[in-house]
Design a protein around this ligand. Structure first.
Ligand code: NCD
Length: 321
């Protein structure tokens, strides 16, 4: 049987996305309406979502920092009645610390009969693919050295929700194009051929962003991935100096300030996968078009819908459509 891994946004189909977003909107409404409801005696009513995944366990193996992705996967699994077993700092806290290979680790975890899905975050480029090749349960890539496909689902869901449709939208990516979120978003947007994608990077002149903003329905702002910069420079002082210079250039060209927002159409939005730094200063947060907080919260409903579809076989069924 072919397992419905979620490794690359290149593998998504439009039918999968359309179905997922319908479900995610329903889940979002349910969560908003019922989450804190109590019954007559003050007990919280928690079975508002069908408990599809009772006695199923998600294994999370995280070898890089995470807040939004890990917490939304865990809470999604719990919301559907399932359980989680989580390894954070996996290279220190799982047997990877004793030189167990990623392949052996995945083979062992996924062989546990109650584990139904494995969520992996790992710095290496092909980590999710390697994991999928030995796993006996579906592997979800929660960010590896190349891609972050479920973030692309959250991003496109947020665009559709805020602007009514993704079709025909002009999307400008701003910042470090090496970010895995940018790569997965570009792949997933290829399912919407009427969109136009442009980019503003640190190499552009500071005025370029102001110009691009005038013609953007979506500004998708990216963090400088400075942990990957100047890796070849050994001397710490030289390295710090180089990074500082690159950051100055980055912020000069890629900061989405109120001045940039003033150029944007009325019916437009600003997204950021977070965590954000000075490239999206807090001064812009009061503008109703700045939706990175909504986008972050959409991680929950989108991942609930994804898990439900994967476990029910619907995600696989729509794979070839
Ligand atoms: C991103 C990641 O880890 O790739 N965060 C996220 O999952 N939303 C963004 C980043 O670190 O730049």
């Amino acid at each position: 049987m072919q397992l419905p891994h979620v490794i690359s946004a290149k593998d998504f189909t439009r039918a999968q996305l359309d179905e997922l977003f319908i479900k995610a909107s329903r889940v979002k409404k349910l969560l908003a309406k019922n989450y804190y409801q109590t019954d007559g005696s003050g007990h919280i009513i928690k079975d508002f979502l069908p408990s599809y995944l009772t006695e199923r366990t998600m294994a999370l193996l995280f070898d890089q920092p995470s807040l939004r992705t890990s917490s939304s996967f865990e809470t999604a699994m719990y919301a559907l009645g399932g359980n989680c077993v989580t390894y954070r700092n996996a290279s220190r806290e799982s047997s990877i610390a004793k030189d167990e290979s990623l392949e052996d680790t995945i083979e062992m975890l996924s062989g546990n009969p109650t584990i139904s899905v494995l969520v992996l975050r790992h710095p290496e480029a092909d980590a999710a693919q390697r994991a999928a090749s030995v796993s006996s349960v579906p592997v979800i890539n929660a960010g590896d050295g190349t891609e972050h496909p479920t973030q692309a689902l959250v991003d496109i869901f947020t665009i559709q929700e805020a602007l009514g449709s993704v079709e025909g939208k002009r999307i400008t990516l701003v910042g470090d194009m090496h970010a895995r979120t940018a790569r997965s978003l570009r792949y997933a947007l290829s399912l919407y051929p009427s969109t136009t994608i442009s980019m503003v990077t640190a190499e552009d002149k500071p005025r370029s962003l102001l110009e691009a903003a005038k013609f953007s329905d979506v500004l998708y702002v990216l963090r400088p991935q400075q942990e990957n910069w100047s890796k070849d420079v050994e001397d710490p002082a030289r390295k710090a100096q180089r990074i500082k210079k690159s950051l100055d250039k980055y912020y000069a060209a890629c900061t989405v300030s109120n001045e940039v927002l003033a150029q944007m159409p009325e019916n437009s939005i600003v997204l950021h996968p977070r965590p954000r730094g000075s490239e999206l200063p807090t001064e812009v947060d009061s503008d109703s078009r700045v939706l990175h907080a909504v986008q972050g919260r959409n991680g929950g409903p989108v991942r609930i819908a994804l898990l439900e579809m994967m476990h029910s076989g619907e995600w696989q069924r729509l794979e070839n459509k």
